[in-house]
Design a protein around this ligand. Structure first.
Ligand SMILES: Nc1ncnc2c1ncn2[C@@H]1O[C@H](COP(=O)(O)OP(=O)(O)OP(=O)(O)O)[C@@H](O)[C@H]1O
Ligand SMILES: [Mg+2]
Length: 269
């Protein structure tokens, strides 16, 4: 299993939105995906359903030592399962000595369930549980809001990832994903241009998430954009592009052999 944390120093940049929609996109592409909420705010479960709101989750595994198998919830998509934040979610991080579980234990237990991918939503900031999640993850995806103040946070994030690697952890950058881009607003377009100039191209995803009121509507009813209407709106399709880009970046390869060069599936026989 590959673990991909979605993290940023700043709050409100679209981490949860990206985590939910990306997990849905990966699942639709056939990967067995588990979406994990490690934010004590519990945003993933809050909007999903009454059952998700009441369910036990990540913090119950950490604090009470409950097994992840008892907590992981099925969804309408067989390839997508969810570990919500849970009932023990508490904004005050307890001392490690008071906990029954550790983040690496929870991630390892998810790996034993045979998922291809864990997408882990985190609380804003790079301390506490979020730092532990980053230490236990293979990759981190950094949503970056397209606003002038956002420019400063990129070097800080890269430094934080390097500091975790210096501790001997495996964490790699999956990439920086621009969010809330308003291409018709000059300030937003300037930030996108500047970021693409200062960030090494291998770190920046080509796909970018536009600012669109459809996201508010989807989060109000608690669904990924792809489930909002029978014909998903344009921003929903972008997460498919993000998933496709990430597949090669995080080396998520299918076990089944690729067809030979001239052996494409034919549209008609
Ligand atoms: N591309 C977008 N266009 C418009 N609104 C968006 C977009 N992405 C997210 N939002 C909205 O912005 C708000 C913050 O998004 P979200 O909760 O995903 O951010 P977050 O980084 O997870 O926040 P936190 O740091 O509090 O966990 C939400 O109301 C969400 O619906
Ligand atoms: Mg969030």
């Amino acid at each position: 299993m590959i673990s991909l944390a979605v993290a940023s120093q700043k709050g409100g940049v679209g981490k949860t939105t990206v985590a939910v929609n990306l997990a849905y996109a990966f699942a639709k592409r056939g990967w067995s995906t588990v979406l994990v909420d490690t934010d004590p705010q519990g945003s993933v479960g809050l909007s999903l359903s009454e059952r998700a709101r009441r369910s036990r989750g990540f913090f119950d595994c950490m604090e009470e030592g409950i097994s992840v198998d008892e907590c992981v919830l099925a969804t309408r998509l067989p390839e997508l399962q969810i570990l919500v934040a849970g009932r023990s979610a508490d904004p005050f991080v307890r001392k490690a000595s008071e906990l029954q579980g550790t983040v690496p234990d929870v991630v390892a237990s998810l790996g034993q369930r045979g998922h291809d991918l864990a997408i882990i939503d985190t609380a804003a900031g790079l301390t506490g549980y979020t730092a532990d999640v980053l230490r236990a993850s293979d990759f981190v995806l950094v949503p970056q809001q397209a606003e002038p103040l956002g420019l400063r946070s990129v070097p800080q994030m890269l430094k934080a990832v390097q500091a975790i690697r210096n501790e001997g952890h495996h964490l790699e950058m999956a990439g920086i994903l621009l969010t809330m881009v308003q291409s018709d607003v000059e300030d937003s377009a300037n930030v996108v241009r500047e970021l693409r100039q200062i960030v090494p191209p291998q770190l920046m995803l080509h796909a970018a998430i536009p600012r669109d009121s459809i996201f508010l509507r989807a989060s109000a009813v608690g669904v990924p954009l792809g489930l909002l209407f029978q014909n998903p709106p344009a921003p929903a399709i972008i997460f498919d592009q993000v998933a496709a880009e990430l597949e090669s970046r995080i080396e998520l390869h299918s076990e089944s052999p690729l067809p030979a060069q001239d052996d494409h599936t034919r549209l008609m026989d």
